[in-house]
Structure formats: structure tokens, C-alpha cells
Design a protein around this ligand. Structure first.
Ligand code: 5AD
Ligand code: SF4
Length: 441
């Protein structure tokens, strides 16, 4: 049996794609391995959202070619594959084949062709009509948590972002398939699903007769109510796009206990001038309105975001607006990135007048303030009891367990393996900047 090692970079969509790639390979007679040194085939599912992620690919290919001892077939999949296509063979001579973001269902065919001696194999074509979105149980990243893609691609074309080019136009999956998928996962014992997509709340299926029975101001809030009806214990969704974030989403959460206490709403900047240059489709006033709706929920919804510092043209004054913005929003956590120019995006052609050292300083300043806010929020959990899905034992100490709260915080506690997969009450006793600690009650 040929052994395949698969390494994944980037976002949840890539993790989800990799789960399906592994499922296809396993059912086609390959054996998945965690050990790159014994693999006959090494696959990289790549990310192109920032330069660093792309560089990592070339470093890893170099390492495989140098240290593997054997000469495995190397395949590049995902976003870098889609964008670069056959130019990848020129960029690195360690690559045997290239498979784009929508071609991943044809992975076995690609490997088969390379084994038969085909050189320069590239498939960047569309997803097959009857593509199978399911994942076999032992290829899931967690036995208790499952990703359910509901929309792929992106139509937003924010000026800094490569995703619309690497993942193509938005395409919503049929609601009936999504509901069926969630029901099946529930039967398999999955406790938590994450409805995923680049912009889940832009969900717009072509035929939504399944959603007709469901109440809601938008197709997405109808879908949320319909998924809640499946009885799945916990439902999370990410990522939401601010412009399309309808207050009815918060209503749906308020009405359904199993829709979790968490919204991820990337703001990117606190400055209207920068938001305009990024072509985000929202301004800071409209964003604050959405934040107010989320904060006014009778449940305490945790709020997370993405922010880019040092976008071309961002002045220090613009940046100060971002500092003010995070003081207003008080995010439970935020992913802060230094702007990274991506060839092919509109922002790539703007002269970048923010130096690397200014980018770094802004990153540090914003990160420092975020940490202060976050520490206060995390400390406010001390002595409170929250529900945590017990997901895994610590690698170093098998009496220590961890999982996520409904508000998507990582919680560590002492426990035993019978708790795995259960939702338990944990009383919080200590708070670090990114993690809570507590004990089972
Ligand atoms: N540079 C830096 N960060 C970026 N992101 C997307 N494109 C870029 C870029 N060119 C960030 C955004 C997005 C997150 C997934 O990655 O904040 O929300
Ligand atoms: Fe990129 Fe903007 Fe689409 Fe998000 S919404 S994937 S940032 S283009």
C-alpha cells in the first residue's frame, strides 16, 4: 500500500479540504501517514494569503528533497497551486504535480498519472458536479468537531486579498445537503459543527426550497435556524462579512441555545480612509452598529476579528483610529497581520509607503493593547462556570485535558479520558492571555 503524508497550511477551508483529500485517498487504497520520512507521496495543501505562508512551501519542499532519504512523489495542492499552475515547476524542481483548489477530488487520478510516468501534471479545473463533500470518520481533525462547508469562494475583491483569485467566485451549497450532512454528523456522535466559508453570511443558494420552511431575514439566518433544528449540540460559524451581517443573525442566536456564543467579524481597520482603500464595503460607523447589536444580545457573545496593519497609505493617524476601534469593540481576541503585498491584487500596484519597521511597530502597539483588553476579558471569567467540550488530552501530561467553550475560548483542566467528547461544566480559576484554566465541577 502506498503511503501518503499530507501537510496543511492556512485556513479552516484548507483543513476541511485536506480531510476530504485524505478520505478520498484512504478509500482509493492509499495509507495516510504522519511520518514524512516513510511516505511514497508527500502532499502540501497550500495557502497564499500572505507571502510568508507561500515561502513556507518552498522551504518544506527543499527539506523533503534533502532529508527524505527516498524520493517521494511531491504534489502541491490548494491556493498556491491554483495561482501558480505550471510556473511552480520552474520555481522549484522538487515538484511532481500541481492540483488547484477545486481539483482536489481528483487527487488519486493525479497521483496515479505521476506513478505512470507522466511529467508536469497540472489540474486547475472546476469541481466535479457530483463532488462528495463528506469526510470519513477517521480522517476528521477531531472526533467531536466537524467542519461543514456551506459556501466556497469569494466575490468581494478586497484590494489586498488573493482569495477571490485562488478560490474563485462564491458558490453556496444546497441547504438540503447541508442539513442532511449535519444530521448525519449528529448520528455519528459529532458534538460541534462549524459552518465554514470565506463569507458564510453571504450564503445564497440558487434553489432554497428547503429554506422556505425556515424563518429569517436572509438565506443565512434561515439556514442557521434550520441547522439549529437538527438538534446538533453546538453550532458555530465562520467567517462573517461585516457588510452582509444582518441583525437577524443575532436574533437567530438569541432564539437557539445551540447556536454558540461567538461571532468572528473581521474589521481589518478602524480608519474609514483605509477601509475605503481596501474596498471593504463597510465603514467604521456601520461596523460599530453591528457590534452594538452583538453586544446587546442577552447572551454574552464573544467577538473576534482580523486586522491588517500597515496597508499602503495608512498614516499613523489612521492607525490610531484602529487603536480607538479596538478599545470600543473590546474583542475577545483578534488576529493581527502586517500587510503583505500579493501579486495580482489591486493593492499590489499601490506604492507601499509604510516601511517594514513602521509595520512592525504598529503591529506591536496594537497587539499590546489587544493583549491588555483581552487579559481583562479573560480575567472576568474567573469564578464563573462555563460549558466546555472536552476535546483532547495534553501531549505532555495525560491528566490534563483541553477543549473549547461555547464562546470559543481554549480551556485547560484536570480530567480523565472518560470525559472526552462530553460537554462538562468547568469552574474557571485562572486566566492567561489566550487560555483559561479551571476544574470540572
Ligand atoms: N496581507 C495581510 N493580511 C491579509 N489578509 C488577507 N490578505 C492579506 C494580505 N495581503 C488577512 C485578512 C483576512 C485574513 C484571513 O487574512 O485580515 O481577514
Ligand atoms: Fe479576502 Fe475580502 Fe474575500 Fe475576505 S471578503 S476572502 S478579505 S476578498
Amino acid at each position: 500500500m502506498k503511503k501518503v503524508y499530507l501537510e496543511t497550511f492556512g485556513c479552516q477551508m484548507n483543513v476541511s479540504d485536506s480531510e476530504r483529500i485524505a478520505s478520498v485517498l484512504a478509500s482509493d487504497g492509499f495509507e495516510m501517514t504522519q511520518n514524512e520520512n516513510i511516505a511514497d507521496v508527500v502532499l502540501f495543501n497550500t495557502c497564499s494569503v500572505r507571502e510568508k505562508a507561500e515561502h513556507k512551501l518552498y522551504t518544506r519542499i527543499g527539506q523533503i528533497r534533502k532529508f527524505a532519504g527516498r524520493n517521494p512523489v511531491v504534489g502541491v495542492l490548494g491556493c498556491v497551486a491554483q495561482l501558480e499552475g505550471e510556473t511552480l515547476f520552474k520555481k522549484s524542481d522538487g515538484i511532481d504535480f500541481v492540483l488547484g483548489t477545486q481539483a482536489v477530488g481528483r487527487i488519486s487520478e493525479a497521483i496515479g498519472n505521476v506513478f505512470e510516468g507522466q511529467k508536469g501534471y497540472v489540474d486547475l479545473e472546476k469541481r466535479e458536479e457530483n463532488y462528495d463533500w463528506s469526510v470519513t470518520e477517521n480522517q476528521r481533525h477531531s472526533p467531536y468537531v466537524a467542519f461543514v462547508p456551506i459556501i466556497e469562494g469569494c466575490n468581494k475583491f478586497c484590494t489586498y486579498c488573493i482569495v477571490p483569485f485562488s478560490r474563485g467566485r462564491e458558490k453556496s451549497l444546497p441547504a438540503a445537503d447541508i442539513i442532511r450532512h449535519v444530521i448525519k454528523l449528529r448520528q455519528q456522535g459529532i458534538k460541534e459543527v462549524h459552518l465554514i466559508g470565506q463569507n458564510v453570511n453571504s450564503y445564497r443558494p440558487t434553489n432554497d426550497s428547503t429554506l422556505e420552511k425556515s424563518r429569517g431575514a436572509t438565506a443565512f439566518s434561515k439556514l442557521l435556524r434550520a441547522v439549529a433544528q437538527t438538534g446538533m449540540e453546538r453550532i458555530k460559524f465562520t467567517t462573517s462579512f461585516p457588510r452582509d451581517f444582518h441583525p437577524d443573525i443575532v436574533e437567530a442566536i438569541n432564539e437557539n441555545e445551540n447556536l454558540c456564543n461567538w461571532v468572528h467579524l473581521p474589521v481589518q481597520s478602524g480608519s474609514n480612509e483605509v477601509l475605503r482603500a481596501m474596498r471593504r464595503g463597510h465603514n467604521i460607523e456601520s461596523y460599530f452598529k453591528k457590534i452594538d447589536t452583538i453586544k446587546n444580545s442577552p447572551r454574552r457573545l464573544s467577538l473576534t476579528t482580523d486586522i491588517i496593519v500597515g496597508f499602503p497609505g495608512e498614516t499613523y493617524k489612521n492607525f490610531q483610529d484602529t487603536l480607538k476601534m479596538i478599545e470600543y469593540c473590546r474583542f475577545d481576541s483578534s488576529y493581527i497581520f502586517k500587510y503583505s503585498p500579493r501579486p495580482g491584487t489591486p493593492a499590489f500596484d499601490i506604492v507601499d509607503n509604510v516601511s517594514p519597521s513602521e509595520k512592525k511597530e504598529r503591529f506591536m502597539e496594537l497587539d499590546g493593547l489587544q493583549k491588555l483588553i483581552q487579559q481583562e476579558i479573560f480575567k472576568s471569567y474567573i469564578n464563573r462556570t462555563i460549558k466546555v467540550l472536552v476535546e483532547k488530552a495534553s501531549v505532555k501530561d495525560d491528566t490534563q485535558f483541553s477543549g473549547h467553550s461555547t464562546c470559543q475560548k481554549v480551556v485547560n483542566f484536570k480530567g480523565s479520558s472518560e470525559l472526552l467528547g462530553k460537554i462538562v461544566d468547568i469552574k474557571i480559576t485562572e486566566a492567561k492571555v489566550n487560555t483559561l484554566f479551571g476544574s470540572v465541577i
